[in-house]
Write a protein that binds this ligand. Sequence first.
Ligand SMILES: Nc1ncnc2c1ncn2[C@@H]1O[C@H](COP(=O)(O)OP(=O)(O)O)[C@@H](O)[C@H]1O
Ligand SMILES: [Mg+2]
Length: 286
Amino acid sequence: MAETAVDISSARAAQAVGHPLRVIAVASGKGGVGKTNVAANLAVALGRQGRRVCVLDADLGLANLDVVLGLAPRLNLLHVLRGERRLSEIIVDGPAGVQVIPAASGFEELTALGAAERIRLLDEVDALDLGLDVLVIDTAAGISGNVLYFTAAAAEALIVITPEPTALTDAYALMKVLATRYGRREFLVAVNMASGAADAEAAFARLARVAERFLAVRVEYQGYVPWDDAVPRAVRHQVPVVLAAPSAPASLAFAQLAQRVGGRPVAGPNGGLQFFFRRLLGEGGR
Ligand SMILES: Nc1ncnc2c1ncn2[C@@H]1O[C@H](COP(=O)(O)OP(=O)(O)O)[C@@H](O)[C@H]1O
Ligand SMILES: [Mg+2]
């Protein structure tokens, strides 16, 4: 059934507009390392830097991106899959012009999507023209199918670690699957909740050493975000910290991370959102 959905690519994928879209999946292996906060603040910081940004909440079990962004969407991708709503109707406007696609539970396993649902979703994506510069994807923890599909379909994978040994081993496990099973050769890494630059760089170096040696991948450091109680405070107020406390150390670090990540040349083929979704549903059908 998957094949039929993927076959649609021929005619329309060829037309997929050439607007250069950067697609970044934020992933980690371990939960609680700050993926959602990184995704939300990166998106808002990029938005404030003038980029047109959309965030896709792909943590389908524990969707909480909307909470961090202060949104309460009533509709999600499930409504689109059921044919009840247009994709354009479920997208919500977040802070700094960031648009949010709530995925939510029910859209649990991409592999469980039938051909009709895939075609409907792809048609909806084709009909959408957000003129995006960046799509940021907030993924779930672990190495479940969905995490792998979303991350594999994204041209860039930003792995978030903390200096804890468990965060490093879990990140390594995720990178290993993405490298061996999906052929990913390059990873971006950000260290969250570090006590300072030296702490972050040491954690990055430990991960990079084993990944480069045993997986033969390129690992590129993108910076760190210090542990900062402005972050949990902002979460409690449901405002991303870059807006709630713009001069807090974590906010300055998120802005810098956005400059760094956003300043890289756009990786991968530039087929826009349409291309990403085709690739996603293709991978999901394996
Ligand atoms: N830099 C930071 N400093 C302090 N607390 C943080 C930081 N980043 C995230 N947190 C806190 O860690 C918890 C987990 O963050 P979250 O973004 O939900 O992680 P994940 O999405 O990886 O599960 C949240 O309570 C958040 O407030
Ligand atoms: Mg999360």
